[in-house]
Every structure is written in C-alpha cells, then in structure tokens.
Design a protein around this ligand. Sequence first.
Ligand SMILES: [Ca+2]
Ligand SMILES: [Ca+2]
Length: 290
Amino acid sequence: MNSDKKQNGHSAALKNIVGLMGILIAMPLTACSNEPEASKDVAQNLQMEPEVLEGTAQNVQTEQEATVAEQETEAIADDLLGESTDSEIKGNETINAEESSVNQQENSLQAVENANSERTAEELLDLFINGSIGAVDSTDLTSSFYISDLNMDSGEWDSFSIGEKVDLDNDGENELILNGPYGGMYLDARDNSVYEFASGDGTALTISYTYYNGAIWIMYSNRSSAGFEFYHMEKFEGADNLTAEMNFGEEFDQNNAEAGIKYTLNGNEISYDEYTAFCSKIFAAEVSTN
Ligand SMILES: [Ca+2]
Ligand SMILES: [Ca+2]
C-alpha cells in the first residue's frame, strides 16, 4: 500500500515535471529532428521566458535533486536537451497511457450507446415481434401498440400473422409485413423505433405491394363498390420519405352508359388497351399480404 502510494506520488510529481518540461521542450524538439541548431533556439526560448524556466528548474531540483537551478540559462537549456529524450519518452508514455485509457472509456461508452440507440432495423423489428418494444402509429405519433395488442394467429379472418421482411421502402433495409385483414400492416424501423407506415383499412383501403420501374410500390386498392376500381400507389425512399405516387382506375359512368367504362391514369383518361397494358404489369407483380 505504502509503496503504491509512494509510487503514485512519485509518478504524479514526475507527471508535473514531465508536463512542464513537455511544454518547454515540445516545440523545439520537434524542430530538432529537422534542424541540428535547435539547441540554440531552446536557449533563446528559455531566455525569453525566465519565469517559466525558474519554475521548471525548481521542480527539477526538488524532485530529481538536480542542481540545474544554479547554472547559467544556456547550461540549463543544454541539460534539458540532454535529459529531454528520456523525459520526452516518459512524457509521451504517460500521455499515451492516459489517451488510451480515455479512448477505451470512450469506446466502451460508444458500445453501450450503440447497443441502446443504433440497433439495426432487423433487430428493432425482432424486438417488436417478441413483444419487447411497441410500434408507433405513423398517423398519430402519440399512439403506439404492442404485438400483444393485435389478434395474432387466432385463425380468425381478421387475425394477424408475422409475414416476410421485405425492403418495401427502397432504402436497402427490410421492413416487416404483418399479414392480416385488408393486407395487414407494414412496419418500418428507423431512429431506434418501429413505425407502422401502411395498413389496410376496409375494402376501400386494402394494401399490397408491387414492383414497378425497378422499385417497390405500396398499393392501396379500392374495390369497395361495383362499378369502379381505384388504385393508389406510393413509392418511398425510406418509409418517412414519399417520393412518387400514381393513381389509376376504371369507372362506369352511370349517367353516361353509352360512354362505357372510363379508364384513367394519374388523372388522364387513357384507352382500354393502354389501361390493360399498364394494369397487367402492376398486377402481375403484385404481392398480396392478406
Ligand atoms: Ca426498406
Ligand atoms: Ca425502412
């Protein structure tokens, strides 16, 4: 114990010396490797800062029983230079040791932070599946639900089941599909949370997804009434970043029976052939998530 204390005391004192000397020596020494005349610079520097020098000299005398305080400024500079290699190495070792211990602390803090705040989308979705975390309702951020709040795997028509993980929002990470009524719901994981970003809501709002022009699109289908079908598609680049929308549908105009069925794409009327060609692409690639 005592020798530990003593060592600690000694190393603290040494650290003070080394620190002080380091301040004085660091710059000239750096120059030293390039310039053999550096010792003169040190001497000049020392002469220009007599107060600092005196302090250094006193410390050196006290802790190392050196007698440099009595000597000429130039002699001190020579001594400092003479001892500097050793001192500098010790100083660097001390500093390096401190830095590495600080780095280790930072690294372990970082690891804890990562574990808490930077879980992967996959991990977050699994945490939702096993009931550890809830999902935030993207239309009402104050509202969230757990998987235990859902009617899971009961076999009833409106029950949910865990579906595939698919990159539904084209961001390179998978989202989670909960198969269920009207296409169930799609969950995105980001910013350390899970969000519901699409869900089916009745026959007028059934969700599915499809592939079109090299991307996945979320598709909302409305086939709720005889006489029309209407489809709305959304392309995301990240579930909170809607980048494109499309609308298309067919509608029988009851007031103008002679006109027959009207086909539209993004608000423009198109021919039956155009409409059929377009729809065949969309529906061929559509994946149902009921
Ligand atoms: Ca994704
Ligand atoms: Ca995503």
